[in-house]
Design a protein around this ligand. Structure first.
Ligand code: SAM
Length: 175
């Protein structure tokens, strides 16, 4: 099982970023996203996309990140520009994840120091500053070695028919 934890959602300011963390987690092979903070808007949007385009994918909101991080029964990976290069640690994380759950934590504005300490791995996708959405996407793709791109979706009421040009969406029962 793979959970993504998005820290420090600030209502108003972080609506789009938190939503994009959730959508990216879903699209690229996580099983669940937890938004720490009052993230009812992002929860609603990601749940709505899952209802329409399929799952399984769980969306939760939690007041605090600490219980989840501290009591998590598996490896905890915190994505941060200050961590060790992903290319050096991905194999160890991948093999741990073969036999147990993984929690992938991304921050928002300022990440409290206890997060660096509670994590089993502080992992950098380059040591340059960029974004929680970008780092999550690269990390998940590395972790799954690209296999998440071929995932099948369950209980979708629609799906996109890939086209070289134009847009085509079909109801799932039209297949
Ligand atoms: N300045 C904040 C700090 O030092 O705590 C981080 C702000 S950054 C806009 C938001 C999040 O993007 C970070 O918490 C981290 O999860 C992710 N992030 C940004 N650059 C990253 C990188 N090079 N590698 C991994 N994660 C990164």
């Amino acid at each position: 099982e793979l959970t993504v934890l998005r820290l420090g959602h600030r209502p108003g300011r972080d609506e789009r970023m938190s939503t994009h963390v959730g959508l990216t987690a879903r699209a690229l092979g996580a099983d669940r996203v937890v938004f720490a903070g009052k993230a009812e808007g992002p929860k609603e949007t990601v749940t709505d996309i899952t209802d329409r385009f399929g799952g399984p994918f769980e969306v939760e909101v939690s007041e605090s990140y600490r219980p989840l991080m501290e009591e998590f029964d598996g490896r905890v990976v915190h994505l941060t520009m200050y961590g060790l290069p992903v290319q050096e640690v991905e194999e160890e994380i991948r093999s741990a994840h073969r036999s147990g759950p993984l929690l992938v934590v991304v921050g928002a504005e300022k990440v409290p120091f206890d997060v660096y300490e509670a994590a089993d791995h502080n992992v950098a996708v380059t040591n340059q500053p960029h974004s929680e959405v970008a780092s999550l996407a690269v990390f998940l793709d590395r972790l799954h070695e690209g296999r998440e791109l071929d995932r099948e979706w369950v209980d979708a009421d629609r799906h996109v028919v890939p086209k070289e040009r134009g847009k085509r969406v079909e109801g799932t029962d039209e297949r």
